[in-house]
Design a protein around this ligand. Structure first.
Ligand SMILES: Cc1cc2nc3c(=O)[nH]c(=O)nc-3n(C[C@H](O)[C@H](O)[C@H](O)COP(=O)(O)OP(=O)(O)OC[C@H]3O[C@@H](n4cnc5c(N)ncnc54)[C@H](O)[C@@H]3O)c2cc1C
Length: 513
């Protein structure tokens, strides 16, 4: 049994950043990853000369001074990863039945755009951005995060916006600002990035998601794999031990050490463990129940996972620019009421058109990045299938072993997604050079997310802030949680959780200055 300062379980954005920060702070680190490749949702895959991203399509806060850039500076990766900016005039094109909204870079420009589209709703638009401002001011409170109960009470008194909306859905918050259904649609357009419709998503999560891209949207040059590779190279330079194909099967405690067991029958010991495993799996399947406090067991028993996605990964000979596609993402909503689009996903029959989907093209976002063979393009089309999806009977069966009936169903649903997307890319079906579909079961298999969920626990009001693991603490001394289950889903939050957990782990080890 070998001993290190810290064991990091899982190599998604959270695990890689925790491991890297710990090495910078002087800790010896062992990182254990179940899959052959590192990166989790930052791990791309290649087929027939095309490379596809699984969970990184665009990132915000990367302009100079932005919080993502600052984190990369802390990790000494800011010069190792380059980013291409997506069209600042409109990086997201939201397509409603009778209008298009392009979210653009720069808050004044975006507000102006909304005022032009909704000239009679000036006050509502101002009120909406007022809420964002008050929230940003609460989250960047100069007194820092509250540590004691008294601090918490003072913090809430200083920021009444927290009290007003902490338990509100985004829809409830919007209803208090405007009843204009078109304006509600425009202000909710980006909500899909939370994985939930506005009627269920936390108001705070959706407000922060809009703010996330207000200083522009960026795509890593070379794709998500280039980001992952920069982390792995830095970890190797810093002499961390990285082991892939090493699933962790149990974590327990002996004296002042955690004992981590793997599927290969090895055991490792460390004073601190950082888990990048979905908390619904870590607490239910990996951690010794004897060491989990009752309060955490109760919290986990109440937690619900986010929904998974359905993906079409496409290599095409279609001339995408000629068809009108740019580096901007296209997001289709069949109904102006976004809640109805989400409800319709669960009700749709196999070959029905998709009520909403997201189209993005790595080869257009990063033309020199080797995402597709010369003269071809790569496309990713993503939608939902609802939590009670029809692939569930094949849960637990390994990838490529689910048999013909699963493959036929996947093919039928996938082709109807492509047919739906032909609204924006006519002729796509006649120009398919490569197609592969993926379901929530693919997520469950490749990143070990609970039931194939996209963003860890659902991003509802109850599972935001203290309802999640926002301080990265697992309730067990020396054990920290990072990734989508900690602060929130999204690459930036996961990296932030990694850096924050590493700092706390280093203090626990007596190393941090
Ligand atoms: C379809 C989709 C699109 C997205 N688009 C964007 C986007 O454009 N921008 C953005 O910012 N975010 C996006 N996200 C969200 C973002 O990708 C994720 O929130 C983030 O990457 C998750 O990182 P994580 O740290 O939680 O780790 P994960 O990526 O979940 O990785 C966890 C890792 O732990 C490993 N692991 C699990 N269990 C074990 C075990 N027992 N032993 C060893 N290893 C284990 C897994 O194999 C995996 O490698 C998207 C997500 C999805 C699903």
């Amino acid at each position: 049994m070998s001993d290190v300062d810290a064991i990091v379980v899982g190599s998604g954005a959270g695990g890689l950043s925790a491991a890297l920060r710990l090495t910078q702070l002087g800790a010896s680190v062992l990182l254990l990853e179940a899959m052959p490749s590192f990166g989790g949702y930052m791990n791309p895959f290649s087929r027939k000369g095309y490379t596809f991203d699984t969970g990184v399509h665009y990132l915000g806060k990367l302009a100079p001074g932005g919080s993502f850039r600052q984190l990369l500076e802390v990790l000494a990766l800011d010069k190792e990863i380059a980013f291409a900016e997506i069209d600042p005039q409109g990086f997201d094109r939201y397509m409603f039945p009778d209008f298009e909204l392009r979210i653009c870079k720069g808050r004044p420009a975006y507000e102006e755009r909304l005022h032009t589209l909704f000239p009679n709703d000036t006050k509502a638009i101002q009120a909406y951005f007022g809420v964002i401002d008050r929230l940003l001011s609460a989250f960047s409170d100069p007194h820092g995060p509250p540590k004691t109960w008294l601090d918490r009470i003072r913090y809430i008194i200083r920021h009444p916006v927290l009290m007003k909306y902490h338990s509100a859905t985004y829809q409830k918050m919007l209803n208090g600002i405007t009843r204009n259904p078109r304006l509600q649609a425009a202000l909710s357009a980006h909500c899909g990035n939370s994985g939930l419709p506005p009627g269920q998503a936390s108001a705070f999560v959706c407000l922060m998601l809009l703010d996330h891209y207000m200083e522009g949207a960026f795509y890593p040059k070379g794709g998500s794999g280039a980001m992952r590779d920069a982390f792995v190279a830095a970890l190797t330079r810093n002499k961390a031990t990285l082991k892939n194909r090493t699933p962790v099967t149990a974590i327990t405690r002996k004296g002042d050490r955690f004992i981590v067991s793997t599927g290969q029958g090895e055991t490792f010991a460390a004073k601190t463990v950082i888990s990048n495993v979905d908390p619904l799996i870590a607490f239910r399947q990996l951690l010794d129940p004897e060491i989990i406090p009752r309060t955490i067991k109760k919290k986990i028993a109440r937690m619900t996972p986010s929904a998974g996605a359905f993906y079409a990964f496409i290599g095409t000979s279609l001339d995408l620019p000629a068809a009108g596609m740019t580096d901007a993402n296209i997001i289709h909503y069949a109904d102006m009421d976004i809640n109805r689009n989400f409800a319709a996903i669960s009700d749709r029959k196999t070959s029905d058109p998709f009520p909403y989907y997201f189209i993005t093209s790595p080869s257009l976002k990063d033309p020199g990045g080797g995402h597709a063979p010369e003269g071809r393009h790569s496309l990713e089309i993503i939608s939902g299938v609802g939590k009670d999806h029809m692939f569930k009977p094949w849960s637990g069966i390994a990838s490529r072993k689910r048999g013909d009936a699963y493959n036929r169903l996947k093919e039928e649903i996938g082709m109807s997604l492509i047919r739906s997307a032909e609204r924006y890319l006519p002729g796509l079906r006649r120009n398919l050079d490569f197609v592969e579909f993926a379901t929530p079961l693919s997520n469950a298999y490749w990143v070990n997310s609970f039931e194939g969920c996209n963003f860890g626990p659902d991003q509802t009001p109850r599972q935001f802030g203290p309802g999640r693991f926002v301080d990265c603490k697992a309730g067990i001394e020396g054990l920290f949680l990072v990734g989508a289950g900690a602060i929130s889903g999204g690459v930036l939050s996961c990296i932030a959780s990694g850096v924050w957990a590493a700092q706390q782990a280093a203090e626990f080890l007596g190393m941090a200055s």
